[in-house]
Design a protein around this ligand. Structure first.
Ligand code: SF4
Length: 97
């Protein structure tokens, strides 16, 4: 359940980042598609399963360096903006954090 929520919030962040910066959907942008597939794969093989914390608070950091840098950039941009487009999602996320 927690993994599904994280999948959803990260997906929204990636979609917002590429929409606002490249005027493209995830499906239209190779980098975005690669990133979301990578994130989903990492989540599906996460050793912590449903006991996991949010990836941004994980001590393992299983992401490869380039993907970690990219997702950080996406989160820095989309995190605050998501508050306006998906306020409930962000509030729940902050409470759980
Ligand atoms: S960063 Fe940590 S919590 Fe996130 S998928 Fe990797 S191991 Fe799991």
């Amino acid at each position: 359940m927690k993994i599904e929520k994280e999948r959803r919030i990260v997906g929204e962040m990636i979609a917002l980042y590429y929409k606002n910066n490249y005027h493209q959907t995830i499906d239209d942008n190779e980098e975005a598609k690669e990133l979301i597939n990578y994130v989903n794969h990492r989540l599906s093989v996460c050793p912590f399963k449903d006991k996991k914390k949010f990836c941004s608070h994980c001590s393992v950091h299983c992401y490869e360096e380039s993907k970690r840098e990219l997702i950080k950039k996406v989160m820095r941009y989309s995190g605050p903006r998501l508050l306006f487009t998906h306020p409930l999602l962000v509030i729940k996320h902050v409470i759980e954090k």
